[in-house]
Design a binder for this molecule. Structure first.
Ligand code: PLP
Length: 475
């Protein structure tokens, strides 16, 4: 080892010395001692690594005071919450990276009431004895969808896994090749099926599968006919698929259960609002499908959950699977789901109050008005070298729902002479709260469809400050 390295290593700050300094700092009072020591250690270790890898000529060993300050910053970093609110200006309503569905106020109020105290989660108040966790939610789900029975687990991936594991373990489930999809977050239907213990039997081709293809593959080992909503993509052109009525008819005739994974789990007829048709839970059940699964936090607009509805004969079996216990939801999810589901008893209330549905069905005129307001607010800032334009564009449902057609929207685009759109996008992400935007054609785009009323003002203030700091660096 060369002499310079040895000399530097000898001068590394001492951990005990850093500890003494931290202990004297008011800001470090009361913290776990072992954690403070680990923070000091990691600061010193990083310096050691730098030296061993051959520190540059310009390297200056920090003083003990400076190193202690680095350790303090590290500890303060632990205390800063990582999971926090962001402003979604992307126009993607169900943005999986941004927490999917925002909850409605009623759902949040239910969580507040139940989370901080005791509740009758599993207590029957009438009888004064142990009750069933899912009772509240079951009756609501059945009332809204017309199902005989309902079960709720952690997410739809878990719901599909649980159903397959109950009804088709070590037996065969028949699926069309056109429906062997991957959903974001590496949820692949074939992989989930394998893990569930069901044997996948693929029928048809990518673009065409007929009911006869299913029928030909039914054998003594067949336990399920499975239909998967292709959520995030569409095969267009020369296509054919067996519709669910045909599958139900075949299932009945050959005594094989039919499962449909709807993905988004919509209760509303979205075409009434000028949107694409999204298969509803009700229509799947009405067609006679035995078991239907869907997400709680996609078009339903509730908390993360996987909902299973269908015929009692199958759901009783599913409920008794030990996996069901491993996948069970907690009281906060249950409370939020109840607060969301009650809205669906009156569809007009659901559309008005559930943020996902409200954002989806907002008429273009309303969005235009809010884009106009945002435009005005932005025009109030220093606009020298900044171009602010109102433009037409598209919002997206996201979450694998309504994938083919964007939803017409009104955007505000911003371009500055003194910074690129990519730089501006990055700077906005670092605001407090962070603002997430789309970039197109060297402009950032703001879509009011996914922004709250209060976001408009906040965004215009933060954007003004951000542009100002770029301007002052590059006048
Ligand atoms: C989204 C989706 C899933 C996974 O649902 P999660 O609630 O995210 O687990 C499964 N199947 C389909 C068809 C989907 O669209």
């Amino acid at each position: 080892m060369d002499e310079r390295k040895q000399a530097l290593l000898r001068n590394l700050p001492k951990i005990d010395d850093l500890m003494l300094r931290l202990e004297k700092m008011e800001a470090m009072e009361g913290f776990l001692r072992e954690m403070l020591r680990n923070a000091c250690r990691s600061v010193v270790e990083e310096l050691r690594t730098k030296i061993m890898e051959g520190a540059e000529e310009s390297f200056r060993m920090p003083t003990s005071g400076q190193a202690a300050d680095q350790a303090r910053l590290r500890v303060e970093g632990y205390r800063a919450f990582r999971l926090r609110r962001v402003i979604n200006a992307t126009g993607v309503i169900l943005h999986t990276n941004l927490g999917r569905a925002p909850l409605c106020r009623e759902a949040m109020e239910r969580v507040m009431e139940v989370a901080g105290g005791y509740s009758n989660l599993e207590y029957n108040l009438e009888q004064g004895e142990r009750g069933i966790r899912y009772d509240s939610i079951r009756s609501l789900l059945c009332a809204i969808s017309g199902a005989e029975d309902a079960i709720v687990v952690n997410n739809n991936a878990a719901a599909v896994m649980l159903v397959l594991n109950t009804l088709a373990v070590n037996r065969e489930a028949i699926v069309s090749r056109g429906e062997l999809i991957e959903i974001g977050g590496e949820f692949r239907i074939p992989d989930v099926m394998e893990k569930s213990g069901a044997r996948l039997v693929e029928v048809g081709t990518t673009n065409r599968t007929r009911i006869a293809d299913y029928e030909r593959s039914i054998g003594p080992e067949t336990a399920l006919l499975m239909k998967v909503h292709t959520s995030n993509f569409r095969i267009v052109g020369f296509t054919e698929e067996a519709d669910r009525r045909q599958l139900v008819e075949l299932g009945k005739r050959r005594e094989v259960a039919v499962l449909e994974d709807l993905g988004s789990g919509c209760f509303m007829e979205l075409e009434r609002y000028g949107l694409e048709h999204e298969p509803t839970v009700q229509e799947s059940l009405a067609a006679g499908v035995d078991v239907v699964t869907f997400s709680g936090d996609k078009l339903l607009g509730g908390p993360q959950a996987g909902i299973i509805v269908g015929k009692r004969k199958f759901l009783e079996k599913i409920a008794q699977n030990p996996l069901n216990r491993a996948l069970r939801i907690d009281k906060m999810t249950l409370a939020a789901l109840e607060g969301t589901l009650v809205k669906y008893l009156r569809p007009a209330e659901a559309v008005a109050d559930i943020p996902v549905l409200h954002a989806l069905t907002q008429p273009l005129a309303g969005i235009k008005k809010r884009a106009g307001k945002l435009h005005l607010l932005l025009k109030r800032m220093e606009t020298k070298g900044v171009e602010i334009t109102r433009m037409d564009g598209f919002s997206m449902a996201g979450g694998g729902s309504l994938p083919t057609r964007g939803i017409g929207t009104a955007l505000v685009g911003i371009r500055a002479d003194f910074c690129s759109a990519a730089e501006l996008e990055r700077a906005l992400r670092r605001c407090e709260p962070p603002i997430i935007v789309r970039v197109s054609d060297d402009r950032i785009l703001l879509d009011p469809r996914t922004m709250k009323e209060s976001d408009l003002k906040e965004v215009s203030l933060l954007l003004g400050e951000t542009l100002e700091s770029f301007r002052s660096f590059r006048p």
